[in-house]
Design a protein around this ligand. Structure first.
Ligand SMILES: [Mg+2]
Ligand SMILES: [Zn+2]
Length: 185
């Protein structure tokens, strides 16, 4: 896999599970201006509503996985080390606030490489599903969600067969999205 899964998932309750897939840039972290990417930990800033949103997600029993396109790796403006330092910052910021995500999957390919993992393709969600399956966890797609701020997130979610919420259109931010989702349970 490209990314990480928390070790704690190995001891999680087995069986069917509801998952919330989250885009990263513009959902968890502040989006850089158009055509710029987060290239250093200093540029990675968690949005203020995210901690409360993750608290609510965790209390509600969802597994949370971040699904992110990182074309900057193909462009060479970011290398693997740089990307993992940004991931480390994300994890440590969340930990400091008492929350976490269960994993992260990323696509390192460019627009024109025709890979199956760059959103709007659902490859990263399929890969996550496969990996969870190996841990005895089955994603209940009808009760799972993809939350993103871009149409490509929504298409990837639909192709994978989960419900979708678009930040910016349906709701203003992640916290509002999560309140809507957990309110319907
Ligand atoms: Mg985004
Ligand atoms: Zn890819």
């Amino acid at each position: 896999m490209r990314g990480f899964l928390r070790d704690e998932l190995k001891s999680t309750n087995k069986g069917a599970t509801d998952v919330i897939f989250l885009d990263r840039d513009g959902v968890i972290s502040r989006k850089m201006p158009l055509h710029c990417h987060v290239l250093s930990p200093d540029e990675f800033e968690v949005l203020p509503d995210v901690y409360e949103a993750l608290r609510l997600i965790i209390e509600s029993g969802y597994i949370t996985l971040v699904i992110t396109n990182q074309r900057c790796l193909a462009l060479g403006t970011l290398d693997d080390d740089g990307f993992s330092r940004i991931n480390d910052k994300m994890v440590s910021e969340l930990t400091t606030h008492g929350v976490y995500v269960d994993g992260l999957y990323y696509c390192p390919h460019g627009n024109d490489e025709g890979c199956g993992c760059r959103k709007p393709e659902p490859g990263l969600l399929e890969e996550a599903s496969y990996d969870l399956g190996r841990l005895g966890i089955t994603i209940d797609r009808s009760r799972s969600w993809m939350i993103g701020d871009d149409e490509t997130d929504i298409i990837a979610g639909k192709r994978f067969g989960v419900n979708t919420v678009k930040i910016g259109d349906d709701v203003p931010d992640l916290l509002a999205a999560v309140r809507m989702i957990t309110g319907t349970r």
